[in-house]
Design a protein around this ligand. Structure first.
Ligand SMILES: [Cu+2]
Length: 374
């Protein structure tokens, strides 16, 4: 009986904490983390916790001892020490000293947390409903990080949930070891919060503001976190994954990302046939659009308009591009998330699927020109 209770309590705790799979579900304390800041925060927490314990023992000890030894049945008379200057001095000075003793290390830790100077790498972290975007400043690398397809599939399936369920993404953030990385945290729509416990980084992502945070991790590793500010329907589905790799691996990863960006730019210059666009467009539609507009293009009445027979999908191409690239009320903008080829393909697809037989084609160059004209 007790073991069932313990097991369910452990499961409950494990489910409510954003921890890596290898962490003990019976862990009650904060994580010590892997950075000097996180270890300082942990040390400070323990230091103040012990002070609280000592004060607790002394205060409750004194209460119990006096209640027991000086109880009425033993005929003890209450002693009177009103306006005792000595006592008043003691109970003012001692707590003041304790407070100073706690403020000193706390201030030191805070100063370290906020010292974002001399960073060697700047990453702009932007919260979107409901994904993160990472831009490596000056490196020409920028990408979105979405909940992985594997976790999405597990949400409503009867499959067993994997250990990293809801904590894995398609494109993790990658940073090098031994490097001071500064995060410039902001948001594109509502307030989010970028939180990775083991790095002791938790910063609100607020539209129109840039909040700074930093980290420096010395050993390679893999850390997870979550959005920590209720930001709407899919708040629980925008996890964070950070991979810390050696500087050499980091450079080669950056190289790959740059090559990817170059390939995307190159592809955007090509002209595709309608069949190629329709094939790619269906894939993009099913991945990015079907959640709202439904796989059959019928939408959800009252919430998401149908694409079949839509006046926009069957109307002016410019308006159609505008809706897809810039979004609308309740529809996120896809201009940055999709490549020009993907945008052109999905627009062409919507104009020629679900009975919308427009017969026209949007090429990637049209999308690029449209975006440049904005
Ligand atoms: Cu969020």
């Amino acid at each position: 009986m007790l073991s069932i209770f313990k097991r369910s309590l452990a499961l409950l705790l494990a489910a409510s904490l954003p921890v890596a799979a290898e962490i003990d579900p019976w862990q009650y304390n904060l994580t010590e983390g892997v950075t000097s800041v996180s270890q300082n925060v942990y040390g400070l927490h323990m230091f103040i916790f012990y002070i609280c314990c000592i004060i607790g023992v002394i205060v409750f000890g004194a209460m119990f001892v006096s209640m027991y030894l000086h109880r009425k049945s033993r005929g003890v008379e209450a002693s009177q020490f009103h306006e005792s200057v000595k006592l008043e001095l003691v109970w003012t000075i001692v707590p003041a000293l304790i407070l100073i003793g706690m403020a000193f290390p706390a201030t030191k830790s805070l100063m370290e947390i906020y010292d974002t100077d001399n960073a060697e790498l700047d990453i702009i972290v932007t919260g979107h409903q409901w994904k993160w975007q990472y831009e490596y400043r000056g490196e020409g690398v920028s990408f979105f990080s979405n909940l992985s397809q594997k976790s999405k599939d597990q949400i409503y399936s009867a499959d067993a949930k994997s250990d990293d369920y809801l904590l894995d993404v398609d494109n993790p953030l990658v940073i090098p070891t031994g490097t001071k990385v500064r995060f410039l945290v902001t948001a594109a729509d509502v307030i989010h919060s970028w939180w990775v416990p083991e790095l002791a980084v938790k910063r609100d992502a607020i539209p129109g503001y840039i909040n700074e945070a930093w980290t420096k991790v010395d050993e390679p590793g893999h850390f997870v976190g979550q959005c920590a500010e209720l930001c709407g329907k899919d708040h629980g589905f925008m996890p964070i994954e950070v991979k810390v790799v050696s500087p050499e691996e980091f450079e080669s990863w950056l190289g790959e990302k740059r090559a990817e960006a170059a390939a995307i730019a190159e592809a955007a210059k090509q002209t595709f046939t309608i069949d190629q666009l329709l094939e790619e467009g269906k894939v993009v539609y099913d991945t990015y659009c079907a959640a709202c507009h439904q796989a059959n293009g019928q939408g959800v009445p009252g919430a998401f308009p149908a694409i079949a027979g839509s006046p926009i999908a069957m109307g002016d191409v410019g308006l159609h591009m505008d809706r897809v690239l810039n979004g609308g009320v309740g529809m996120p903008p896809f201009g940055e998330q999709l490549t020009p080829v993907q945008s052109a393909a999905v627009i062409t697809y919507q104009r020629n699927a679900f009975g919308n037989n427009m017969g026209d084609i949007v090429q990637p160059v049209d999308v690029v020109q449209y975006q440049q004209g904005q």
